[in-house]
Design a binder for this molecule. Structure first.
Ligand SMILES: Nc1ncnc2c1ncn2[C@@H]1O[C@H](COP(=O)(O)OP(=O)(O)O)[C@@H](O)[C@H]1O
Ligand SMILES: [Mg+2]
Length: 379
């Protein structure tokens, strides 16, 4: 069985002052064994709530969470305790016992599991070496830096030899340098111990550095998911685009788009081009074929997971029907995302709409939208 975690139509409703609040809405996700799966979203998106259903700290109102083939959301008592042994968890605030030494913090879950002391000693020593803190066994948490505390948190999470590690904003309290070190350690946890890692974060950089696949959450829903390469090279939703544009600078932010619009009044589209093994000049070819002009107004090429990809924001200039035909032509080579309203919508909203406001206002190109043209083949 190659599936580590399955969320099946998971919803969660909280009662807040007599009113129902939907923190999770119909979440369907599958995390494969051995992968690093990242969930990104802004504060309040429901990331922590979703993560906490994995070890049943939170129970779905509907739907199921299946971990290692067991429906954890239906377990209780001893069966739940046993299932939780297979799942380690780390936290933003580390959650260490301040009155106990590093050694005792790491030994704690083993004590609870009634592991013999001699075995605990061996295991804790091994873990201390793994996280690079062998000289800190007798230190107290207050004597450690944030990065060292998180290393202890990771060692403790690994103590019972879990197969899955869940991480809730584990690096969000750390500076960038320390974040890098902790992410490197998590990579080793994945590679050397073979753990499946499910991490949630509001920091897209963490996803970029560490994850194989990513899901984007917003208002309790998964709005986009795919490989990190797919989502970063061609984000489809406004939320994903906002996250990606904050780290990959060839995708224009809303502020930059507003500036572009102030000057460029033609149809704006974003072209996402994957690693290509041809020098075919598709953009000028399509413009010639359809007798339109174009301006490249923003863009660049980036590298991710060893593969190149490019994103160009292009203004297409010509009559609507020829621009439409040109967009069709571009689809043969690139994934095309419409930035501007479709002509019908533009007319309905009156002139000048293309020059105002962020791309999310009035028009948000979603996957279902015919103007978001999600297809790619190579020329
Ligand atoms: N126990 C709870 N009771 C009521 N509301 C909650 C509870 N836990 C979370 N929420 C609400 O659910 C939403 C999602 O929270 P959370 O999962 O913590 O989001 P995130 O981790 O993405 O910031 C928030 O609006 C939060 O206030
Ligand atoms: Mg959270």
């Amino acid at each position: 069985m190659n599936t580590a975690i399955v969320f099946e139509d998971v919803s969660k409703t909280f009662e807040v002052k007599g009113r129902a609040f939907e923190a999770l809405r119909h979440v369907d996700l599958t995390v494969e064994r051995g992968e690093i799966f990242g969930i990104v979203g802004y504060s309040g998106a429901g990331k922590s709530t979703l993560l906490r259903t994995v070890n049943a700290l939170e129970r779905p109102t509907r739907g199921r969470v299946i971990v290692d083939g067991l429906e954890i959301s239906a377990l209780a008592g001893q069966a739940l305790y046993a299932a939780r042994q297979r799942i380690g968890m780390i936290f933003q605030q580390f959650n260490l016992l301040e009155s106990r030494t590093v050694y005792k913090n790491i030994a704690y879950p083993l004590k609870l599991a009634k592991v013999p002391d001699a075995e605990i000693l061996d295991r804790v020593e091994e873990l201390l070496a793994f996280v690079g803190l062998s000289d800190k066994a007798l230190a107290y948490p207050s004597q450690l830096s944030g990065g060292q505390k998180q290393r202890v948190g990771i060692a403790r999470a690994l103590a019972t030899r879990p197969e899955i590690l869940i991480s809730d904003e584990a690096t969000s309290a750390l500076d960038p340098q320390t974040t890098g070190e902790v992410l490197e350690l998590l990579r080793r946890v994945n590679e050397e111990y073979g753990l499946t890692i499910l991490l949630v974060t509001h920091e897209i950089d963490v996803i970029r550095e560490l994850a194989d696949r990513v899901a984007v959450m917003e208002d309790g829903e998964v709005v986009e998911q795919g490989s990190v390469y797919e989502v970063f090279s061609a984000p489809r939703t406004a939320t994903a685009r906002r996250f990606v544009s904050s780290v990959l600078h060839h995708i224009p932010s809303e502020e930059v788009l507003a500036k572009i619009r102030a000057v460029h009044h033609g149809r704006l589209v974003q072209l996402h081009v994957e690693d290509r093994d041809t020098n075919h000049p598709f953009l000028s070819q399509v413009a010639r074929d359809n007798d339109i002009d174009f301006n490249v107004v923003f863009g660049g090429v980036d590298e991710l997971q060893g593969r190149l990809f490019g994103s160009l924001t292009v203004e297409l200039l010509g009559p609507d029907d020829r621009v439409d035909a040109a967009i069709d032509g571009l689809r043969a080579t690139a994934t095309v995302t419409a930035i501007d309203p479709a002509p019908a919508l533009r007319q309905a909203q009156g002139p000048g709409v293309g020059q105002q406001g962020p791309i999310v206002e009035g028009y948000e190109p979603l996957a279902e939208d015919p103007n978001t043209l999600k297809e790619h083949t190579h020329a």
